[in-house]
Write a protein that binds this ligand. Sequence first.
Ligand SMILES: CC(C)(COP(=O)(O)OP(=O)(O)OC[C@H]1O[C@@H](n2cnc3c(N)ncnc32)[C@H](O)[C@@H]1OP(=O)(O)O)[C@@H](O)C(=O)NCCC(=O)NCCS
Length: 143
Amino acid sequence: MIKIQPLKENDFKRVLEIEKELFQDPMTYSELVNFTKQDCFKIWKMEINQIIGYVSFFKIKNEIEIIKIGINKAYQGKGFGSCLINEMKKAEVNYFFLEVSVENIFAINFYFKNGFYKIGERKMYYKQKDNSRIDALTLCLKI
Ligand SMILES: CC(C)(COP(=O)(O)OP(=O)(O)OC[C@H]1O[C@@H](n2cnc3c(N)ncnc32)[C@H](O)[C@@H]1OP(=O)(O)O)[C@@H](O)C(=O)NCCC(=O)NCCS
């Protein structure tokens, strides 16, 4: 059975493992701890026996800003990421916002499939491994 729940401290290690697997610039333990100290910052985990994915976001009044969403590679393309988005849509919010790299075509398609649309571009938003910078799209979803 799939469970989606707020992340607990003893889940940090597993989430950081998934971060390392999926992202060029994975969060460090201390970054994660600092984020979780902020009132508006939330992370939800998705579990099927063990954690297979998560979404981190800021929820401020009626808006959610998604920071990262990640599904363990072995589970990608099976609807789990969409399931996390659908769970977030149940929160009492009117708008979702996020930035996504212009090169992350899978993620852009994933967000479009889940109802997001482009509202802008942010030049040189993300730093890459070689220190060059890459543009991001700003996407929005109105509930
Ligand atoms: C983006 C991500 C969260 C989507 O979760 P998911 O569970 O794989 O996505 P779903 O199964 O719910 O949706 C699949 C859709 O996403 C897109 N997609 C996502 N990953 C894909 C992949 N590896 N190959 C092809 N399409 C992919 C497609 O549009 C697909 O739709 P389709 O099945 O109709 O072709 C997940 O692939 C992931 O963790 N990617 C790496 C981390 C990342 O880039 N996160 C987003 C930026 S923070």
